[in-house]
Design a protein around this ligand. Structure first.
Ligand code: FMN
Ligand SMILES: CCCCCCC(=O)C(=O)O
Length: 387
């Protein structure tokens, strides 16, 4: 295909053709049988829109607020390790693209451009930068990233809580995948910096480096309460899929939760994120903001997530595919295609502003999953996942 990509699926097709297979597999893979990865995308198709006609849609605005600050769009970039696998400019290119499109950018701790250099690429036109954290066994490593993020101007910390261990992605396991030597974890290792307390697998295998550093004993108390005690930045927990954990996030003083299953790369067999979103929104009430990611490939997906109560919606792989296609311009194209599709969906549905988009615009599927909640001294209670 030589024509300019006109949708995210076109970008995916190009990236799948041009990326070396090891890197493509790392970006693409879900865990184990990849059921969750597939359902993140397909589940959007189970929701239907309920559009309204003859509403003035001559002026569409996607402006909204997130964590109390104005943003041009509720669309953002989810944290992804190692953008330099996609393009030599790595996260610097993504940062420029996010800044041009006014999208929020969440930077992965495992970026291949340093967190200071990434934010320096933004032109400050209302883009918010948030810093993603994995909590290390050696807390001084995490604390040092927090301090650097504060100094550099990041507006929130996003703590990923769905990865006490890296999910088993079979293609990576077969290959013992690790990055090529020129792709380095720039927040920890550069010619100028080598961070004590961070173990790097001598063979470069990701899952081993990950497993050796991260704290599997992490809890709400020793992780989230501890973070709150060392910083005043708002804390968002990423990887929440249940009402129970949303209530805990509120109790532990978080500012937001991100409904995410890590793009299906961690626990295979969870609900798709669009299906998990309603129970989280209900538990959150107006006490905490709710964001989501996973399988968002179209403007109508964003519209549906907003209608079900997400305050902002994030994408990961689509931006990586854009980077593979054309660096900064490709990532900007990916975000621009989604933004344009969102605006078109808003026009066609008769919802000219983000505030207009509510639950009345979607039909939920009638199917239900039922689980049993253990009862204390009585018979187990049947709980239906409300979709
Ligand atoms: C290649 C790749 C690397 C990722 N790296 C991280 C990471 O470093 N930290 C993190 O919290 N999530 C990471 N994620 C998960 C994403 O932030 C996000 O939750 C998920 O990919 C969203 O789904 P999507 O790719 O379908 O948009 C990664 C995802 C991919 C595909
Ligand atoms: C040591 C680098 C490991 C990167 C893992 C990043 C991640 O979360 C992913 O899903 O992949």
């Amino acid at each position: 295909m030589n024509a300019e990509p006109v949708c995210i699926k076109d970008l995916e097709e190009i990236a799948s053709r041009v990326m070396p297979s090891g890197m493509w597999d790392y970006y693409d893979s879900g865990a184990n049988g990849q059921q969750t990865k597939a359902e993140n995308e397909s589940a959007f198709g189970h929701y239907r829109l309920h559009p309204r006609m003859l509403r003035d849609v001559s002026a569409i605005s996607t402006e909204t607020t997130v964590l109390g600050q104005r943003v041009k769009t509720p669309l953002g970039v989810s944290p992804c390790a190692m953008h330099r696998l996609a393009h030599d400019d790595g996260e610097a290119a993504t940062s420029r693209a996010a800044s041009r499109s006014g999208s929020i950018m969440i930077l992965s701790t495992f970026s291949t451009v340093s967190l200071e250099d990434v934010i320096a690429q933004g032109s400050g036109r209302g883009t918010q930068y948030w810093m993603q954290l994995y909590v290390y066994r050696d807390r001084s490593v995490t604390e040092s990233i927090v301090r650097r993020a504060e100094r550099a101007g990041y507006k929130a910390l996003v703590v990923t809580v769905d990865a006490p261990v890296l999910g088993r992605r079979l293609a990576d396991a077969r290959r013992k995948f690790g990055p090529p030597p020129h792709v380095q974890l720039a927040n920890f290792f550069t010619p100028q910096r080598s961070t004590a307390g961070v173990y790097l697998d001598p063979d470069g295998e990701f899952s081993k480096t990950f497993g050796a550093n991260l704290d599997r004993a992490l809890t709400w108390t020793n992780g989230i309460d501890w973070l709150r005690s060392i910083t005043s930045l708002p804390i968002v927990v990423k990887g929440v899929l249940t009402a129970e954990d949303t209530r805990l996030a509120i109790e532990h003083g978080c500012a937001g939760v991100m409904v995410s299953n890590h793009g299906g790369r961690q626990l295979d067999g969870t609900l798709a994120t669009i299906d998990a979103l309603p129970q989280v929104v209900e538990a959150a009430g107006d006490q905490i903001e709710v964001y989501m990611d996973g399988g968002v490939r179209r403007g109508t997906d964003i519209f549906k997530a907003l209608a079900l109560g997400a305050r902002a919606v994030f994408v990961a792989r689509p931006v990586l595919w854009g980077l593979v296609y054309k660096g900064e311009d490709g990532a900007y194209l990916a975000l621009g295609l989604l933004q344009k599709e969102l605006e078109t969906a808003m026009m066609l549905a008769g919802a000219p502003s983000i505030a207009d988009i509510d639950e009345s615009y979607v039909y939920r599927p009638a199917r239900r999953w039922v689980r049993l909640e253990p009862a204390k001294g009585g018979s187990a209670r049947r709980i239906a996942a409300k979709l």
